[in-house]
Each structure stands twice: as C-alpha cells, then as structure tokens.
Design a protein. Structure first.
Lengths: 563, 135
C-alpha cells in the first residue's frame, strides 16, 4: 500500500527531495545542464527548481484559508467571478469633454462595464487651459477639464447609477471630485448610490509619478479631507485608489511596488483616524491599484500577499473590526512600460498574459493596454482589441469558474509567503527609519526606485532580461508604420473658449468671496476643504482659480532629484 | 587629456515621467561625463539659460507628454537669441515617427526613444561631440 499525498510528513518530503536532487537531477544535469546557475523572479527573488508541500509546511492554515474570509489571501469575496466578472474598465481621455465622451460611449457599446478618465497634464497639475504652462498640452494626453461645464460635457448621457466612473487624478483630485458631486446633485442622483473612484493618492506622486503641487503636509491633508467627506456623504464611493502602478512604472521591483503602496496606506489611515473618524467607517471604501507585469506567477503571488498583508495591517495595526475593512480590493492595469515599438503587435500577446495573471490574482477591475501605446495614446481599434482580450479571458477560458485556482500550488503559496515576509520587513525598516513622509523628503523611496530602474535598463542591454523584438528576435529593417491617434489642433481653442465663457458669465463677487473662504479654510487644519470647493465649482470657479489661490497659502513643492 | 563631455539633461513642461532621464543621467555620469539634471517642470527659458550658463556640450531634453513640437521650436529660438549655434541638442522619450523626422529637420541631433540601450546613448553622444570638434 503506497502512501497518500496527505500522509507524507514534511521531513520525509525533504528527505525525498534531497535524494531526488542527488540522483535524477544530478544525472540529468550532467547530460543537459540547466540554462542558469540560479533562477530569479523578475523582482529578483530566487526560485527553486520545484516546490513541494515541504515548502509551505509551516504556513498557518488560516493564512491560506478560504476566499472571502480573513485574511482574504484567496480573494476578497467568496464567489469572485462566479457571481460577476471583474469590471472591464479601459481608461480614456483626450481633447475636450465632448471628445472623450464619444470615446466613452464607443467603449460602453463594445461591452465595457466601467469608465476611467485620463486627464491632460494641465488638469492634473492644476492649470487652466489658457495658462502659459498649458501651451501645447491641452487635451493632448488626456481630457482637459477647467470647469464644471467641462465635466458636464464629459459625462453627458452616461448613467452614473449603472456605470461607475473612475477619475485618474491626484493633486487636483478633490476639485474633480467636487465637480462630480455637483453634477450628480444637478442630475438629482442619490449620492449614497453612486459608486466610483477618485485616485487621490498623493504620496505615490512624491515617490514616483511626480504630479504634485503643494508641499507634502497640505497635500496629505487634502486627501484626508476627501476620505472623511466621502465616508460621511457617499457610502459606495471609493475616495482614494492607493496605487502601486506608478511606482512600478517609475522603475521599482514588484516587491517595492507592494511594500511602498502599503507604506502609503498606513499614512492615510493614520491621518484620517487622527480626525476622529473610526477606522471601520472608511476602511471598507479604501481601494487599490496595482500593475500586472511580465513574471506570471510572481504577480499572482504579489496580489495574494498584498491581500493578506492588508488584512493583517488593518486588523492588527489599526484595530479594524469589520471584515470589509480588512479585504483589499484592487484595480489592475497591464504594464505600459513592457510595451515595445518594434513588432508592436507582440504587445497584444504580452498584454493578454499580464491580464490573465491579474485575473488569476483576483482583480476587481482591469485595464488592458493598447498595442499602440509605445507610440501615442491608443486608437479605437487598439482599445477594442484590448477589451476583446479581457472578454476572451472572461468568456472563453473558463478560468473564472473556480475561485483562486492557483491556491494550494506549492510554488504560488511559497512565493506568497515570501512576499508577505519581505513586505513586512520593508514596512518595519520604514518605521525604524522614521516613517514614510520623512523618507520621501529624504529621497529614500525615489533612490530605491531609480536603482531598480537602472538595473532593469542594464539587464535589457545585456539580454539578461529578454524583450522580444528588442534584444531578441529582432527584425532588422522591418517597418513600424502604424496609424496613431491624431491630436486635433483645434482642441485648445475649443477648450479655452468655453472656459472664458464660464468666467464671463459667473457671479464674480460670489466667486471672490468663496475664494477668500477657501483660503481661510486652508489655513485652519481642523476644517474640511471639500465643502467650500463644492460651492466654488458650482459657482463657476475654474480649477486654476482654486489652485492659484491655495498656492498663496501653502506654497509649492519642488523635489531634489536623486539618481 | 580631453575634458569630460558636459551634459545638461532637462525635463520641460508639466510631464513628470523621470524614469528614463534618471537612467540616462546615471549612465552618462558612470561613463565619465559631467552631468547636470534640471529636475522636473522646467520652462524652455530656464533650461536654455542653464545650458548656456553651464556651457554644456550637449543639451538633452526628455519628453513623454507629447509636447515635443511645442518645446523644441522654443528651445532653438532661445538658443538663436543667445547666439549659441554649436550646442548639440538631443531628445529622449516616446514620440511618433513623423515628429522624429520633423525634429531632425529642426536641428535635433539625435532622438533616443524608449528601449535605446544605455551604452548606445553614451556612444552616440561621444561621437556627436567628436564630430563637432573642440570649441
């Protein structure tokens, strides 16, 4: 009678593995050596030849557990995609509100189930479209929004109770959020019924994406106000999307992405609870955003470890009591930095692989990149194919039928454990060095990110990190001709004329008085800045009016670059 | 012995993507060049003033926000205003082929797109400075 799989002890398994290494492996390697001495994940974590139950022998049973149960390693919900697929949320934004509105409607017609908005650089940085710093940038890499009228054009004819809207914006997030609130009130929606997300994760901007206006203190205070306001007034809205994506795109390793994002989470939770809001009153609405990049199993382990670490942090560090406060929900995007210009159709394949690991990792919503994004912002054709990629995974592969199908994989569970251990080590180091904000000011995160980016560039150069079509399987002399999304040269003119009309038609005295009130609110840390901002945008204040006035109170931030 | 090549690397406009420019800065520094990096969100005026003041051989401007056709004409106009005609201006970032062709006509000596190997950038800048000759 042979032993069954569950009757072999870890010690016995380890003995069998050593014996196997000494016999089968040793003999085989003598004839056919392995490609490398040591194998690593993309994030530099060493991996073994194979994994067995012995590698996860000490894992607490609860840590793997079941989907929808603490610590949520296997998924935030018990049924996952058996109930409803992830939200297919392709980001879009260019030109004016009308231009992007047409793209939104196209995507909804193609079967997209949520919308996500990219803003142009002036909107992201708080400049009106007619400011000199906006020259050449209006509506180019995203949609231009100066006033409520632009927001109304952007969301015209879109049913906000059924389509959730994500606003991908940071230093000026609360202004866009305020516009969204006024628009919803004007359309007589019940605010507690609206779901949606505003990114508003300013700390990762200082670390990675570098869209910031004010110094760190007031910047974090704005986020705090936004979360507190939303917790009281919009039960289903996600007032922050704590993002690792940009940390990764700026060059970090997947491990750094995970750990630095949770470091930022800790600051936000500390700031909001300091104002007297109970952790369980807002934690259920905290949402996350991560990249899914090339190392298939590492990404899946990363997502699973993130859920487990988050649950433990919320419970043990912050004393959360509701399970909803401990379950991490995340949006995912495939890795734009992995896209190549040479042989650009290969990007479709890369993106599909990355999307599959996001789904196997349990994402709640997903954006798949367009094949043409190494050239410009994507065309309709590229976006349709990207969306179809998600639809194939959802409808044809059957990976959605079983929750966390890789749960119990010796490798994936061992790597999940390894990720958890390393994430907590980094968080401990951050605490010991004085905390996240101090380390941002010292350039500590920025240096770590730049170092990994530099390593990656060298590894691509040497071929150690293969990139198909770039350092391997090149097609010399092949044409890279492609139809790219055109920039409409009338954009700035169309946009500026509406902004000027709004400025001319509003009640100037009222706006001036509200701007004074805004400045007074900004000076008083204990007040919430959102209500006065809502009044301002309702009365036709522009984003530039609000930001310029606040610069006179708070000043601006300039970083000392490290590389 | 020849003096090290002096380079100013700059980010112009509202674009915050600094991954590439920092990799390039470190690569050129490790290759023995004198590198100054402007930091983010500079205006063309600030960049040209700094390049002239530092008397650099090469001015490299990194852009991933699509505004190259607004920024480079301004830079060349400012250089001309200051009577500088031997500064090597190069570009880096993500830009469409049509713009690359236009920028070359305008006088941009080299456009280094994403996935250009670091060593290729060192080699290219070194050759450009050699071709220009000593000043």
């Amino acid at each position: 009678m042979s032993e069954t799989i569950d009757s072999v002890s870890a010690a016995e398994l380890e003995r069998q593995v050593s014996q196997w290494q000494a016999s089968e492996v040793a003999e085989f390697v003598k004839r056919a050596p392995e490609r490398k001495e040591q194998f690593f994940t993309l994030g530099d974590i060493p991996v073994k030849r194979t994994y067995t139950a012995a590698d996860i022998a000490g894992t607490p049973a609860e840590d793997i557990g079941l989907p929808g149960r603490y610590p949520f390693t296997r998924g935030p919900y018990p049924t996952m995609y058996r109930g409803r697929n992830w939200t297919m949320r392709q980001i879009a934004g260019f030109g004016t509100g009308e231009d992007t509105n047409r793209r939104f409607k196209f995507l909804i017609e193609q079967g997209q189930t949520g919308i996500s908005t990219d803003f142009d650089m002036p909107t992201l940085m708080g400049y009106d479209s007619d400011h000199p710093m906006s020259d050449g940038e209006v509506g180019r890499e995203g949609v231009a929004i100066d006033t409520l009228a632009d927001m109304e054009a952007l969301l015209d004819g879109i049913d906000l109770e059924n389509i959730s809207v994500s606003l991908t914006i940071n230093p000026t997030a609360w202004i866009l959020f305020s516009m969204y609130v006024v628009l919803a009130e004007k359309r007589a929606y019940d605010l507690d019924k609206l779901s949606g997300t505003v990114q508003a994760d300013i700390l990762k901007e200082f670390m990675a994406q570098k869209e910031y206006i004010f110094p760190i203190g007031p910047s974090v205070r704005i986020v705090r106000d936004l979360i507190a306001y939303s917790a009281r007034n919009m039960k289903r809205y996600n007032p922050i999307n704590i993002s690792g994506y940009h940390i990764s795109e700026a060059g970090s390793s997947p491990l750094q992405e995970a750990a630095f994002t949770l470091a930022n989470l800790i600051v936000y939770v500390e700031e909001v609870t300091k104002t007297g809001v109970d952790v369980d009153d807002f934690a259920p609405r905290l949402a996350f955003f991560f990249v899914s990049q090339a190392d298939f199993f590492e990404e899946i382990a990363k997502f699973r470890a993130l859920r487990r670490c988050y649950a433990k942090i919320m419970k043990e560090r912050f004393g959360a009591k509701k399970p909803e406060s401990m379950r991490l929900r995340f949006h995912c995007q495939t890795a734009a930095a992995s896209l190549t210009k040479p042989q650009y159709m290969v990007n479709v394949v890369r993106t599909a692989m990355q999307a599959l690991s996001a789904v196997l990792g349990g994402a709640q919503s997903l954006h798949t990149n367009g094949y043409d994004e190494a050239f410009a912002i994507p065309t309709e054709d590229a976006m349709r194919l990207a969306l179809r990629t998600q639809q194939v995974i959802a409808d044809e592969t059957n990976v959605t039928q079983v929750v966390d199908p890789l749960g119990g994989s010796y490798y994936v569970e061992a790597l999940t454990n390894e990720y958890e251990k390393r994430i907590f080590e980094i968080l401990r180091e951050i605490d010991e060095r004085g905390g996240t904000i101090k380390l941002i000011e010292e350039g500590w995160f920025q240096k770590h990110i730049a170092d990994f980016a530099y390593e990656t560039a060298l590894r691509k150069q040497s071929g150690e990190k293969p990139v198909i079509g770039v350092n391997r399987y090149r097609m010399e002399g092949a044409s890279e001709r492609i139809e790219v999304h055109p920039y409409d040269p009338t954009t700035a003119e169309r946009q500026i004329s509406r902004t000027r009309r709004v400025r001319a038609e509003r009640d100037q005295a009222k706006v001036a008085a509200l701007l004074d009130k805004l400045a007074a609110t900004a000076k008083n840390e204990d007040e919430n800045i959102v209500p006065v901002t809502i009044e301002l945008v309702r009365e036709g204040a522009t984003m530039g009016d609000i930001v310029e006035r606040l610069k006179t109170v708070w000043g601006t931030y300039r970083e000392t670059p490290v590389f | 012995m020849a003096l090290p090549i002096r380079v100013l690397l700059a980010k112009v406009g509202l674009d915050g993507h600094d991954r590439g420019v920092k990799v390039v800065a470190r690569t050129l520094r490790d290759a023995g060049m004198d590198v100054v990096y402007s930091g983010l969100h500079r205006t063309p005026e600030e960049v040209v003033n700094a390049a002239v003041q530092e008397d650099v051989d090469v001015l490299g401007v990194s852009l991933l926000s699509g505004v190259q056709m607004t920024v480079f004409p301004k830079i060349f106009a400012l250089l001309k205003e200051k009577g500088v005609d031997d500064m090597i201006v190069v570009a880096g970032g993500v830009m469409p082929d049509e713009d690359v062709a236009e920028l070359k006509k305008m006088g941009v000596a080299e456009i280094m797109l994403q996935d250009t190997p670091p060593q290729a950038i060192v080699d290219r800048l070194t050759r450009l400075v050699e071709e220009r000759g000593a000043r």
